[in-house]
Ligand binder design. Structure first.
Ligand code: C5P
Length: 227
């Protein structure tokens, strides 16, 4: 079987990573969650005082980008990779609501995107990869053999994220999560550099009313047709 590149893009909390992980496991591919990379840079910016209530010190952050080391380390017990920022496991911290509130503003910065896209292309150079994000099929791997664009209603997506956060012990309200999901989608879709959009050759996938099993089977079938 030939190895291919699978690009999964779409709106926030559409379940991209759950599906991408399953697919990568089934195919014996590497899975890369590019959202985790943007989140880790956001955490760095928050800890370094570059994010204020109203504005971001873009020049300050950009001047320190070279200091940021990101690494995915596979956790055998969990069965997936965790994000390390300058040697620290930040997997839990980057999923918090505080980071979600800031991440789209950091992801708008051109130099941040240049740094991460370069890393992502290196990770996928050998193919045999499932990568999820917002610009994978349009910018990172425009030649990916399989591109998927996932959507679902904002309410369904917010409810999924809300439950996920509650399960992790975070105290959040559904309204707050819905507002965050809608705000991020708006910024992600309207930014100047690499806005979120469906690649012309992507398969669109609305999973508002679809269970995980059906989603996986559909996606797996798409992959098998190309492989
Ligand atoms: O996928 P996740 O929801 O964790 O992504 C967090 C944020 O990172 C997105 O809302 C978006 O602003 C940014 N992102 C991006 N490009 C990617 C992946 C994520 O701009 N490829």
């Amino acid at each position: 079987m030939k190895k291919i590149t699978i690009a999964i893009d779409g709106y926030s909390s559409t379940g991209k990573s759950t599906l991408a992980k399953q697919l990568a496991k089934e195919l014996g591919y590497v899975y890369v969650d590019t959202g985790a990379m943007y989140r880790a840079i956001t955490l760095f910016a928050m800890h370094s005082g570059y994010i204020g209530d109203e504005s971001i010190n873009v020049d300050g952050l950009v001047s320190e980008l070279f200091k940021i080391q990101l690494k995915f380390v596979f956790n055998k017990d969990l069965g997936f990779s965790e994000m390390y920022l300058n040697g620290e496991n930040v997997e839990r911290k980057i999923r918090k609501m505080e980071v979600s509130k800031n991440v789209s503003r950091i992801a708008e910065i051109e130099q941040v995107r240049i740094k991460l896209v370069e890393m992502q292309r290196k990770m996928g150079a050998e193919k045999g990869i499932v990568m999820d994000g917002r610009d994978i099929g349009t910018v990172v791997f425009p030649d990916a053999e399989l591109k998927v664009f996932m959507t679902a209603s904002p309410e369904k997506r917010a409810y999924r994220r809300y439950k996920e956060l509650l399960d992790r012990g975070e105290k959040v309200s559904y309204e707050d999560v819905l507002e965050n999901v809608e705000k991020r989608d708006h910024i992600d879709s309207h930014r100047e550099f690499s806005p979120l959009m469906k690649a012309k050759d992507a398969v669109e996938f609305d999973n508002s009313d679809m269970g995980l099993k059906e989603q996986f089977e559909r996606m797996h079938n798409h992959a098998l047709r190309v492989i």
